[in-house]
Ligand binder design. Structure first.
Ligand code: GSH
Length: 225
């Protein structure tokens, strides 16, 4: 089994943090070149052309962080990270999806539409040119503002993102906050409950040990304050 990934990529971190929480060790293959393009060999091998991708020993390729989580959750149910009761499972899925759609994609809109290495690569997973759209940078910022307000409200009444237990919703949310830090977008001062939760998260080895080591340009990554 091998996990194909890119150290900086937020979606790869979602899987790394999950694996550490579960205590599962999977050999990793770094797939990015210094020009911040996925290696040609990986592109030849995997038609979806995105990381993370988990390749099983029989050659089966599992894509999407969510798909990879489901695979491991079925094999290793303890500790549960995707909920146990019907209500808990629904809440975890909903809050994880909100963190992804509103937080991760909001930041990705800013990152991909402004980074000089992503000219004509406005979306991941395409080998044909996809132009950057500068207007999406401003829209991404609005999306991120609304995301922090929504999660601040949720965390005012809950210890963890989806309720009383740490879950994949927290994993995606940590990833989003640190992606924001890399883009120099701190947790806003008017989101104190997000900041309280974020500070608590720093006590988890999975958070500390899954952090990317380098920015896309190769400079060392610093921890958020
Ligand atoms: N929906 C996918 C998204 C995967 C994705 O967007 N991966 C990005 C890295 S975060 C990627 O492969 N980027 C390669 C590129 O931009 O060329 C998931 O949740 O795993």
């Amino acid at each position: 089994m091998k996990l194909y990934e890119w150290d900086f990529a937020p979606n790869c971190r979602r899987v790394r943090m999950y694996l550490i929480e579960k205590g599962i060790d999977v050999p990793k293959v770094e797939c990015i070149t210094p020009a911040i393009v996925l290696k040609e060999q990986f592109a030849q091998q995997y038609s979806h052309y995105m990381v993370p991708m988990l390749e099983l020993d029989d050659g089966t390729q599992l894509g999407e962080a969510l798909g990879i989580w489901h695979y491991f959750e079925a094999l290793h149910p303890e500790p549960p990270l995707m909920g146990t009761t019907p209500v808990e499972k629904a809440m975890v899925s909903a809050w994880e999806r909100r963190a992804y759609d509103e937080g991760l994609i909001g930041h990705a809109e800013i990152f991909r539409n402004q980074h000089p290495n992503f000219v004509d690569r406005g979306l991941p997973g395409h080998r044909q040119a996809v132009p950057q759209i500068p207007a999406l940078i401003e829209r991404g910022k609005l999306r991120v503002e609304r995301f922090h307000q929504k999660f601040n409200q949720q965390l005012a009444n809950n210890e963890f993102v989806a309720g009383a237990r740490f879950s994949i919703a927290d994993i995606t949310m940590v990833t989003v906050c640190d992606f924001g830090h890399a883009l120099q977008m701190a947790i806003p001062a008017d989101a104190p409950h997000v900041q309280r939760w974020y500070d608590e998260m720093q006590k988890r080895p999975s958070v500390v040990n899954s952090r990317p080591t380098h920015m896309p340009d190769g400079s060392p990554m610093t921890a958020a304050a």
